[in-house]
Design a protein around this ligand. Sequence first.
Ligand code: MRU
Length: 378
Amino acid sequence: MKFKTIEWKGDRVRILDQRRLPQEVRYLDCWDASSVAEAIRTMAIRGAPAIGVAAAMGIALAAKNVHFRHPRSFIKSTEKVCEEMRQTRPTAVNLFWAVDRMRRILDQVHTLGIEKTKTKLVREALRIYEEDVEVNRKIGGYGKKLIKNGDGVLTHCNAGALATAGYGTALGVIYAARDEGKRFHVFSGETRPQLQGARLTAWELVQEKIPVTVITDNMAGWLMKKGKINLVLVGADRIARNGDTANKIGTYSLAVLSKYHGIPFYVVAPISTLDLTLASGWDIPIEEREIQEVTHFRGNPITPKGVSVFNPAFDVTPHGLIHAIITEKGIIRKPFHKNLEKMFATPKSCTERFPSGAEAPLGRSQTVPYRTRNSKGA
Ligand code: MRU
């Protein structure tokens, strides 16, 4: 990739500011954890895996910069930062997964002492970053066989290098197929209201010289009807035990359209996006964002003043509409409730990520729609 989504610089975290793309390639230097949290909240960095990496680096940065003599004070101050990160965005489970990994290192302070724990926290954040790139390449390796020469591949939002530590999930599959010499065409849905498809996916693919056509979200059905699309690949923010998948708003509509037209609809995600503590998608907390994202376009109002607006950032696609889930462990097919649990139960790396009895990142009782500060909702 010709750019870095996020970078650990030792004394700061450098983030490619995605709010400015594609007009400007500008990096944000975050010198403290609060600016990392703000970058996540305001979507300077976004995409489930990238949010997790950013949160981990923010925690490492905060821990590195404090001076305490007593482990208890060190834990208290770092735990506060973990909580600040947890409050940034509610739907992508990778955020809570990454914070939990950092939290487990923090617990070792009683045996390691403060200085060694600081070093370990930095190392863990870097490991989360490096693992993500590796995982995405593996996902690409499994997924590439699903793309055939001449295919029209539709993707939604941005599940590319910009949404991860590098390479991407849904776009990772596309990069891997391209690297194998396959020729196909990508359609990128614009993804109202934040336009991740039009701004970010199109930007990534143009740089990689992969043929891409941007369509508005309401064009997908017609393109399917005309036979232009024969595969749909989307990312995920949280996958429940039964395979129900939360992803960017509009994903559900594409899944319904795909079913109607007989087009295979695949979810592409790392294992860290699975939330086996949730039985179904009904329990996934859905972020509602500021109404200005809908009422305004680049600062200009596009709706009448005072109109009622609803702005859920994600929807949930029921497992019945999903053909299969492409992960770094392979392609998971139906029945998802059996196959996801089987995968989770056996390999060591999976049990490490979700130790049995681990606390749910967001429990069933907390599934009320999330509202960001200042949001009024519908
Ligand atoms: O609101 P965003 O831009 O963070 O939403 C991103 C998505 O919905 C992605 O599809 C998902 O996080 C997967 S990224 C590999």
